[in-house]
Write a new protein. Structure first.
Length: 488
């Protein structure tokens, strides 16, 4: 590929320096709102580059681990301030690179700042417990130790928040990091790493290697000197990460798909339920693992809910995320757009009724972008592919049920169990939903998306490796417990 000389080329960040790859091939990152606009180039790195980064991270690890938690926290506070000072530029890059509307991109970047500050404070909090020993002269307690070098493999849908919610806890607990960001949002990730560079971390503590998943991602899975891998992305790659890590005894953490339901009960505030279904299902063009995709509605309010939903969805403005009037941006890539369109075809072929949308947006101004209409299906049977598989696009499927029991059965009829929500004013139904719903995140009278950084996040069933990230739960993955017994 010929590189246009006026474009920015982002190198790997290895051992404290922006470093050229041993390969001179590049990955081009384009704007999904206008495929002719190139956002930047990154290197298509090789295993040799990865080896260099891992060696640097391994060398840096002991000195980093031996700093006090407060000293490590100071570095994170510095990154937070730098990220905050560059929030507008980074958010704009995110919008241009993966299509998320600018207000959402700004919100995500601000969330990155807050995550960094949260984990900076974690450096001052307790890491163990004193446990009474049966030996009256002994002292027994637990402490924690870092895993070592952590590989961080991230997706494109939250290109600031996800790398930060993995890297910040890894670092505060004394690990060093190799980041392999998603190729679709790699320039945004490079700008985040620039903030870490400016904060002056010791060389080797934080490294980024760009390149294809099959080379650099797989290289992380296989590398003997990487002690832990944290991954967010597809079900298929996640399972590969898990198998590969298990085979060589590395620790791993996986966050994968969702097929998140919302249940609308007959006593619900229907306007609130409509608003939350739209926000949960269609913001970020439905490209969230926590996005609402199955809308399970009690038959007595089905028609009223459907009419209200349809009326609101029709008002959605699709367009370039940089424009103030845009509510929903493009799909992040042509392949995501094609996935959505193929599920629309599947839904029709399976006999569901396409109630609204389902096509590319026909607008001359938007013809160079990967735009799809917000889409609603009805007459959907729970076993159809559109009700079972993660689409990762702005597609809602309406499923009519008669009773709460049936609603819960349908909601739980999924290989996934990430997030679920219900709209009702009946406390008994709320309590049975909390008890019966097989999901890591259950939300009452609130949309299925919307993770809070200080709370544990993760799924049941095939949505995750049953571990949790974020909040104080992160310590469980990024450290190992040591039980200490001392006798004088
Ligand atoms: N849970 C979530 O939040 C997300 C779920 N998804 C789901 O996944 C689908 C596909 O999206 P996609 O971007 O392809 O997701 P992937 O799982 O392919 O990508 C996630 C990360 O894994 C890397 N990767 C790809 N192949 C390998 C490999 N063999 N070994 C190790 N790492 C690898 C990717 O690198 P590279 O980008 O270079 O390929 C990226 O950094 C979506 O439609 C959606 O259903 C996607 C993103 C986020
Ligand atoms: O809902 C959120 O804020 C987070 C979603 C998420 O983690 C994801 O889509 O990968």
């Amino acid at each position: 590929m010929t590189i246009k000389t006026d474009m920015l080329v982002y190198k790997n960040f290895i051992n404290g320096a922006w470093t050229e790859s041993s390969n001179d091939e590049y990955i081009e990152s384009i704007n999904p709102a206008n495929k002719n606009e190139i956002i930047g180039y990154v290197q298509k790195s090789t295993k040799e580059d990865l080896n260099q980064a891992v060696a640097a991270a391994k060398t840096a690890q002991v000195a980093w681990r031996n700093l006090s938690g407060a000293a490590r926290g100071d570095f994170l506070y510095k990154v937070a301030n730098i990220l905050e000072a560059n929030l507008n530029e980074i958010a704009e890059t995110m919008t241009r690179e993966m299509g998320k509307p600018l207000p959402e991109a700004k919100g995500e970047t601000a969330r990155g700042v807050a995550i960094l500050r949260y984990y900076a404070g974690e450096g001052m909090r307790k890491v163990g417990d004193v446990i009474p020993s049966t030996d009256s002269e002994g002292l027994m307690f637990t402490t924690r130790t870092a895993l070592g070098v952590v590989g961080v493999i991230t997706p494109w849908n939250f290109p600031v928040a996800i790398p930060i919610w993995k890297m910040a806890p890894a670092l505060i607990y004394g690990n060093t990091v190799i980041l392999k960001p998603a190729s679709e949002a790699v320039v945004t990730a490079a700008k985040v790493i620039e903030c870490f560079e400016k904060a002056g971390f010791p060389a080797g503590v934080i490294n980024m290697v760009t390149g294809s998943g099959s080379v650099i991602g797989q290289g992380i899975i296989d590398h003997q000197d990487i002690n832990g891998i944290t991954f967010t992305g597809s079900d298929q790659v996640g399972k590969q990460v898990g198998k590969g890590a298990l085979a060589r005894g590395a620790k791993y953490q996986l966050e994968m798909g969702g097929k998140n339901p919302v249940i609308v009960v007959e006593d619900a505030d229907l306007d609130l339920a409509v608003e939350a279904t739209i926000s949960g299902g269609l913001r970020s063009t439905g490209q969230k693992c926590t996005a609402t995709s199955r809308v399970i509605v009690q038959s007595s309010v089905y028609d009223t809910f459907k009419d209200k939903l349809l009326a609101e969805v029709k008002k959605i403005r699709v367009g370039d995320g940089l424009r103030a009037e845009t509510w929903m941006g493009p799909c992040a890539s042509e392949s995501q757009l094609n996935t959505v369109l193929s599920y629309v075809e599947k839904g029709k072929a399976e006999g569901a009724t396409l109630l609204y949308g389902g096509n590319r947006v026909e607008d001359e101004e938007l013809e160079n972008g990967f735009y799809v209409q917000p889409t609603i299906f009805e007459n959907v049977a729970p076993d159809m592919a559109i009700a079972q598989e993660e689409i990762f696009g702005p597609v809602l499927v309406l499923i009519k049920v008669n009773t709460i029991e049936e609603a819960l059965d349908v909601a739980n009829d999924s290989q996934f169990g990430l997030s679920a929500s219900i709209f009702t004013t009946n406390i008994a139904i709320v309590l049975s939903f909390i008890r019966e719903m097989e999901a890591g995140l259950v939300r009452i009278n609130a949309e299925s998306a919307g993770v809070e950084l200080q709370a544990p996040f993760g799924g049941m069933k095939q949505s995750s490796s049953h571990s949790r990230e974020q909040g104080q739960a992160a310590i469980e993955f990024f450290t190992s417990i040591k039980t200490v017994f001392v006798k004088g």
